[in-house]
Structures are given as C-alpha cells and as structure tokens.
Design a protein around this ligand. Sequence first.
Ligand SMILES: CCCCCCC[C@H](O)CC(=O)SCCNC(=O)CCNC(=O)[C@H](O)C(C)(C)COP(=O)([O-])OP(=O)([O-])OC[C@H]1O[C@@H](n2cnc3c(N)ncnc32)[C@H](O)[C@@H]1OP(=O)([O-])[O-]
Ligand SMILES: NC(=O)c1ccc[n+]([C@@H]2O[C@H](COP(=O)([O-])OP(=O)(O)OC[C@H]3O[C@@H](n4cnc5c(N)ncnc54)[C@H](O)[C@@H]3O)[C@@H](O)[C@H]2O)c1
Length: 362
Amino acid sequence: MGRSGMNATAGVPIFEVGLLFLFFYFYAPEIICLSLTGVLQVANRQMGSMAFFTHHFCRGLSSSAVRSAVIKHVTIIGGGQMGAGIAQVAAATGHSVTLVDTCEDILKKAVKGIEGSLKRVVKKKYADKPEAGEEFIQKVLQNVSTSTDAGSAAQGSDLVLEAIVENLKIKQDLFGHLDKLAPAHTIFASNTSSLPISDIASSTDRQDRFGGLHFFNPVPMMKLVEVIGTSATSQETFDALFNFSKELGKTPVSCKDTPGFIVNRLLVPYIMEAIRLHERGECFCHGSKEDIDIAMKLGAGYPMGPFELSDYVGLDTMKFIMDGWSAKDPDNLLFTPSELLNKLVAEGKYGKKTGEGFYKYK
Ligand SMILES: CCCCCCC[C@H](O)CC(=O)SCCNC(=O)CCNC(=O)[C@H](O)C(C)(C)COP(=O)([O-])OP(=O)([O-])OC[C@H]1O[C@@H](n2cnc3c(N)ncnc32)[C@H](O)[C@@H]1OP(=O)([O-])[O-]
Ligand SMILES: NC(=O)c1ccc[n+]([C@@H]2O[C@H](COP(=O)([O-])OP(=O)(O)OC[C@H]3O[C@@H](n4cnc5c(N)ncnc54)[C@H](O)[C@@H]3O)[C@@H](O)[C@H]2O)c1
C-alpha cells in the first residue's frame, strides 16, 4: 500500500487526508470548526437537540476559530426600532437575517416597518428606476426571516446581536440561555446604549467572542457604529465586528467598554441638562421645550432639538439609561433623575413610538 496509506476497501487515501486535517487544524481551524458546525447543524435539524454536542465539540477549537470570521448569517433579537433597522441594513447588504421577538404581531409590524423604510430609501436611490427599486426591496425582504424562538435562530448564526430592552438582567438571561445553544464560532454582540458590555458578557462562557455593536437611530440613515471590545474580547472577534460594520456601509469607531462609549457619554448629559433647563424654566421665553429645540437646531446645527430627539429615541430607554447610571454613581449631578421624564414614562408616554412624549404625534 506504501506511504499513501490507501484504504483498500473504501479507496480513501488516509495518510493524505490525515495530513490535510492536520494542516487545517493548525493553520485554518475555523474551516474545520465551521464545517463540523455545519454538519452538526444539519444533524440538529434532523435529530432534535444536538446543540449541546455541537457547542461542546467545537469549544476546543473555539479560541482560534474566529481568526478571520466571516459574518454571513445574522440573528437579531428584538424587532423594535433598532433591531428592525439593523436587520434592514444587514439584509440590504446581502446578509441572511433572522429577526426575533417575543410575538408574531411585533414581528409583522417590524417587517412592515422595514418595507416602509426601504421604500423611502428606494425613492431616493432608484428615483429614475422604480422597477429596479421594487426588485431591490423584494430582494432585501427575501433575506429577512422572522422567529419567536431565539435559541433555534442562534443555532444557524455567525453573529447574534441583541437589541432588546435596556435591562442588564434581561440581556444576561438571554445570552446565558443562547450560550448553551449557539455554535462555538458564533459571535455575540449587544447594541446596548449604556450598559457595560463586560457585565452582559459575564453570563456566557464566550467572553472572547463577545463585543458591543452600538448603532444609531434611525439605523438606515445614521452612518456611525461604535464597536466595543472588553478586556476579554479577542482581536479576531473585534476585527470581525469592525469589518461587519463596514460591510453594512457604516463608519465604525473603536471604543473602550466605558459608560456611554463615546457618543452617549456626551449626549446623555446634554439631553438631561436640556430637560432640567426646561424644568427650571430658566430660558428666556418661559424655558419652553420648543425654544430649546429651535435654539439647538438653528444655533448648534443639530438636525433635531433635544426634546425631539428624546421622543425619537424613546423616553423609556432614556429612563432605563438614567436609572442605571444614577444608581451606579448617585453623587454625580449629571445623572440626577428628572421628575418630568419619570412622570411621562409612568404615564406610558414613551415618545414617538407610543404617540406622545414631550410632544404629541397623533
Ligand atoms: C438620556 C439618554 C439620551 C440618549 C439616548 C441614546 C440613544 C442611543 O444609544 C444612541 C442614538 O441613537 S442617539 C440618536 C442619534 N440620532 C440622531 O441624532 C438623529 C438626528 N436626526 C436626523 O439625523 C434627521 O432628523 C433624520 C435623518 C432622522 C431625518 O431627516 P430629516 O431631514 O430631519 O427629515 P425627514 O424629512 O424625516 O427625512 C428626510 C429623508 O431622510 C430619509 N429617512 C429618514 N428616516 C428614514 C428611515 N427611518 N428610513 C429610511 N429613510 C429615512 C428619507 O429619505 C427621508 O425622506 P422622505 O421623503 O421623508 O422619505
Ligand atoms: N432607541 C434608540 O435610539 C437606541 C439607539 C441605540 C441603541 N439603543 C439600544 O437598543 C436596544 C433596543 O432599543 P429600541 O429603541 O429598539 O427598543 P424598542 O422598545 O423599540 O424595542 C425592543 C424590542 O425588544 C423586544 N424584546 C424585549 N425583550 C425581549 C426578549 N427577551 N427576547 C426577544 N425580544 C425582546 C421587545 O418586544 C421590543 O420589540 C436597547 O438596548 C437600547 O438602549 C436604542
């Protein structure tokens, strides 16, 4: 048989195959891991719960498995304004996306919102070619599927990105659960506005494959993504998230895992000071929110004033941010809670999404 070690019955060159395996194991382990994960995922669907096996089998290869991770299949959890927006831009740039939320009604609304937003994009981008525009919309929508089962969606994903409610415990519970189900190579990321990424990641055993991807609202229009690495995030994971942001047509900036990263570190105190200014009635014409909005738009060149922007972001999200930060740093005057903000939220006035916040939208 000689050196090639050909198996006489099966006709398989065992020695060459062995060499090939060793080569990929040492130089391109991700190929082995992804192939095995793919095979096991097919088995998963056929045989029920193989996820546990997939997860633990590939774990040994995991630390190097994301060396040059390619993100193609994305699960986005939370189909609200941010999740739907991220799903839209990921699908529009050729990624296959599964959008997950708690019930079908929310998912239907999210897909309708994506379609509406795509129509606005197409109106500009394909102004002279409406048929090509319609074709583009259909193509993008075909890249989006929906699910109420985060666990099974995660099993086929290269990236799981959450955009659910701004609550540490709920985010930790979600990722702790998904960590047991997702393949080893899957990167986890959070779109949190204000929570430490390392705190969210601590509920998993994949802190090296965990980072932050902070998008801005409205996602289809806003060009920035803050990419956050913790002290445990591997360089490979960070690079994969950074490249993914570029693939989405965004401009990524690199951030440390510090409160508010870059933008919200500056934006939160600004918005809260505007609200306090209004509460104190210090401005010239009765300190009206309308005046403050006009002043900041015309005087500082902002596209929206602080009250318009608050209503756009969602007052519930703002309150989650403020409560979290003031609990952590109660003596910091920048994080003093606002009675007005708390009152509006208690009344269910969350801004544009509920029809009323600082302003009325009905
Ligand atoms: C206390 C805590 C506070 C901090 C909270 C932090 C939150 C978070 O973590 C960080 C953030 O996101 S911070 C927030 C960061 N975000 C900001 O700071 C946002 C600041 N605001 C802006 O940049 C602009 O006002 C907008 C771009 C929103 C709208 O543009 P505009 O010129 O004022 O007015 P327009 O007439 O409406 O739209 C014009 C055209 O734009 C297009 N288009 C718009 N929306 C679209 C969509 N969803 N889809 C597709 N396309 C969309 C469309 O072509 C439309 O034309 P159409 O004929 O109407 O279809
Ligand atoms: N609103 C903004 O401007 C903005 C900008 C950047 C980042 N963020 C962050 O993005 C996240 C989402 O914000 P949003 O404004 O899209 O909120 P949203 O209220 O519009 O949407 C949140 C969605 O998550 C769903 N959800 C909640 N818990 C869930 C769970 N366990 N599993 C599946 N789905 C769940 C809700 O049903 C809802 O549809 C927050 O962490 C927020 O801080 C918000």
